[in-house]
Design a protein. Structure first.
Lengths: 430, 350
């Protein structure tokens, strides 16, 4: 987890929207970055997420460059950072085009090339500068092949071999039993955790960056997991169909269409859910290590390994009360915004000619729409679990996007399923 | 003309009218933007949208591109005020274009006098338009999602009418580049024939056998049936007939040519439990059921007919305004030969 970001909020008078500053810097780079731009010449959302923010602007290290709006001085600095990185960014764009061509030549079709190659293109630009025609093609081919080899599918193939080997499977089952026998309840959180939770949620969607690190230090996230052990506790949150979570099976197979609820998934199914997806997965661990890590993870609070993830699950549980049909006495900003998104959804569905009243839709979809809070918490868990496996952390500045993004994903998924129910879509989903 | 800005409970509203009101869904062209909903009257030519800005800080990232600097600054400052229409709104036309395409996808009133639109071509245009406005959309995957709806566009575009072949080729190129960037495999098999293009619609009223003892018509709410299924310019018809001395209720409603859907028609009050399944043959949706003799005695006001897809419309809604529906139909007809219209609309007019 990154340190808390404590940059001062930009004063309203000279505030510059951060997105506008990024756009200004980007425009100064000219046509050379168009492979990283959208149809109106702005940087793609993925360009910002995968390249500009983590590699050029670096808001975690430069807190004054984080948030929705910046001071005029900070905006100038941000623009300067983008302009200074101009040569590298233009070279990144050129490398991306070459990597895409190599991907076509190699017949690789899985995954999203922007997700898979943007960061590698930036690395190549840093290392080699603009592509040298002499070696560019072979360098690009090597890079694409390497990414394919460390991708999730290869790792998953090896994991499948291991769990199908009876000796290995017995050993891993032993690890599972040991891990679950060693489970201990976490001590209660510090007394002021409730205030900290409210403050963090209230900072969501504002220009203030929430002090998540302090909340993590209290281990309130782990302590909150004790409620999952109560009768029906985890079931009420949609994380299991059982009265209480039980030790998972090791498992030997999985199907994307019929994955059980998160805590009811076998170890194999948990890994399959992350590694067989279309998003880029680069994990620098062996299959044995990944399996052992996952086994340990299943026995930990929230069945997650990092206190950061547990803290975000706890925040999600609290914030998602906004999705229940009861008025909250003291809603935070996160509550208000999540509630607003969900309240708008029926209107948006009417405008999109989709069922606003779901009483006529097939029961499986109807139940999912009506128990949106449980669906939300499942999606949040799945995302946090995926990030842990990929070794990614969630900075304080990304907290709100994580909490809100899970709900956005759930409602888009619901719309997709409703479209299929009325015969307006096929099963392809992203 | 001015745009009005009002702030209440943290939500900012921008509207051409001082008293902002929600439009009926069937004439709402909408974009879900980051931090706001933008909506235009789909049947009017206004350039600037109404906005409901629920997260002003987030919307500040693009507001200037839609409303210009002065209005964006007023929203940032939280001012209740009005401003003249801006001249520095760089992206408002691109956003409007996307909103109209999305509206056409959902509400285009295909029927007897208005040809249907090619779904794949519309989907291709939506994908390209979403790419242009990508940074202001509240969905990082909007383009990829749109591409998945446009998988069959290459074959549909290959069959475009000759006069639009250049536009179609340019659209295929743009779509192919986008698909390549996003790792989406388009379906390149040539499946579509020119006959799949807009067909002249026609309705066939089912007369049925026996002796007619009553008949009537009822409008079909567009919101109650899926897009491009029931002809949007035709009412449903019912007739009560004695066949061999037994009363039967016949229902028919004109279809958009080739459309299939599972529709039902409820006749009379719900307590009578008369629900007629309708089968489509590509020309009309029709059905008939035997009913009790007492149905013939129903008072006129109870002789109601409600055609719907039960998934889409489980309960009856308020009648749609005929004025709204007329405006939408007139708008659609005007688009068919409008050089500024989308390729899907112009091609349908051929």
């Amino acid at each position: 987890m990154q340190p808390p970001v404590t940059g001062p909020p930009a004063a309203a008078a000279d505030a510059v929207p951060r997105a506008a500053a990024i756009m200004r810097g980007w425009h100064a780079l000219g046509d050379g970055v168009s492979p990283l731009s959208n149809g109106s010449g702005r940087p793609l959302a993925r360009t910002i997420k995968l390249v500009l923010d983590p590699l050029v602007i670096r808001p975690v290290q430069n807190p004054h460059l984080a948030g929705y709006s910046l001071t005029a001085t900070a905006a100038s600095e941000l623009i300067e950072r983008i302009v200074d990185a101009g040569d590298t960014l233009r070279a990144t764009a050129a490398w991306f085009v070459l990597l895409k061509a190599a991907r076509r030549t190699l017949g690789i079709t899985d995954g999203n090339p922007q997700e898979k190659y943007f960061q590698r293109s930036f690395e190549l630009a840093r290392t080699h500068g603009a592509p040298d025609p002499e070696i560019a093609e072979s360098t690009a081919t090597d890079a694409v092949q390497e990414i394919a080899q460390v991708g999730g599918q290869n790792l998953m193939t090896r994991i499948r071999e291991i769990v199908h080997d009876s000796i290995e499977a017995d050993r891993l089952h032993g690890e599972l039993v040991d891990a679950w026998n060693a489970r201990r309840p976490t001590a209660n959180a510090v007394a002021d955790a409730e205030t900290l939770i409210f403050d963090v949620l209230d900072a969501c969607g504002t220009n203030a960056v929430p002090d998540v690190a302090r909340l993590i230090d209290t281990r309130a996230g782990s302590a909150a997991a004790s409620a999952l052990e109560l009768s029906g506790g985890a079931r009420a949150l949609g994380l299991t169909a059982l009265e209480r979570p039980t030790m998972p099976e090791l498992g030997t197979n999985a199907s994307k269409r019929s994955l059980p609820l998160p805590f009811d998934r076998s170890v194999f199914e948990r890994l399959f859910a992350v590694l067989s997806g279309s998003t880029s997965v680069e994990i620098d661990l062996s299959a044995d290590e990944v399996l052992s890590d996952e086994i340990l993870r299943t026995a930990q609070a929230w069945q997650l390994a990092d206190e950061e993830s547990r803290t975000i699950m706890m925040l999600g549980v609290e914030a998602s009360h906004a999705l229940e049909p009861v008025a909250l006495l003291r809603p935070s900003n996160a509550h208000r915004l999540l509630n607003g998104r969900w309240e708008r959804e029926a209107y948006v569905r009417r405008v999109r000619r989709l069922p606003a009243d779901v009483s006529g839709v097939p029961p499986a979809i109807r139940d999912d729409v009506r128990s949106v809070r449980q669906g939300y918490l499942r999606r949040l868990w799945v995302r946090l679990h995926g990030r842990e496996l990929r070794g990614l952390s969630t900075s304080a500045g990304e907290l709100w996007n994580t909490l809100d993004g899970a709900l956005r994903s759930v409602v888009m998924d619901q719309r997709h399923r409703l479209k299929i129910a009325i015969g307006r879509g096929d099963e392809v989903s992203i | 003309m001015s745009l009005w800005i009002s702030i209440e409970d943290g939500t900012a509203v921008i509207s051409a009218s001082a008293s902002f009101a929600e439009r009926p869904p069937l004439r709402t062209a909408m974009i879900e933007a980051r931090g706001a909903l933008l909506s235009w009257d789909a049947a009017a030519g206004e350039r600037f949208p109404d906005a409901e800005i629920h997260t002003p800080l987030e919307a500040a990232g693009w507001l200037e591109e839609i409303y210009g600097g002065a209005i964006a600054a007023a929203v940032r400052a939280g001012e209740d005020t009005s401003h003249p229409l801006p001249s520095d709104a760089e992206l408002v036309d691109a956003a409007h274009h996307l909103a109209q395409l999305l509206w056409a996808r959902d509400w285009w009133p295909a029927g007897i006098y208005t040809p249907s639109l090619s779904h794949p071509i519309l989907a291709a245009e939506i994908a390209v338009a979403a790419h242009t406005a990508e940074h202001l959309l509240d969905d990082d995957d909007a383009v990829e999602r749109a591409l998945h709806d446009a998988l069959d566009a290459p074959s549909a575009l290959a069959a475009a009418p000759a006069r639009y072949r250049d536009d179609a080729a340019a659209l295929v190129d743009a779509l192919t580049d986008l698909a390549d960037d996003n790792g989406v495999a388009l379906n390149l098999a040539m499946l579509t024939t020119p006959e799949d293009w807009a067909l002249a619609a026609g309705s066939r009223a089912q007369t049925g056998d026996g002796i007619e003892i009553g008949h009537g018509t009822a409008p079909v709410r567009w919101a109650d049936v899926p897009f491009q299924t029931v002809a949007a310019d035709s009412d449903a018809q019912w007739s009560l007939r004695h066949v061999d001395g037994v009363p039967h209720l016949h229902v028919s409603v004109a279809a958009v040519p080739g459309a299939t859907a599972e529709l039902w028609a409820r006749f009379g009050p719900e307590s009578l439990d008369i629900d007629v399944p309708l089968r489509g043959d590509g020309i009309a949706f029709t059905g008939a059921v035997q009913v009790a003799a007492s149905v013939a005695l129903l008072p006129l006001e109870d002789r109601t007919l409600w055609v719907r897809d039960p998934i889409l419309a489980p309960v009856p809604g308020p009648a749609e305004s005929e004025a709204d529906r007329d405006a939408v139909r007139a708008h659609a007809v005007s688009r068919l030969d409008d050089p500024e219209a989308s390729l899907a609309e112009r091609a349908a007019g051929e």
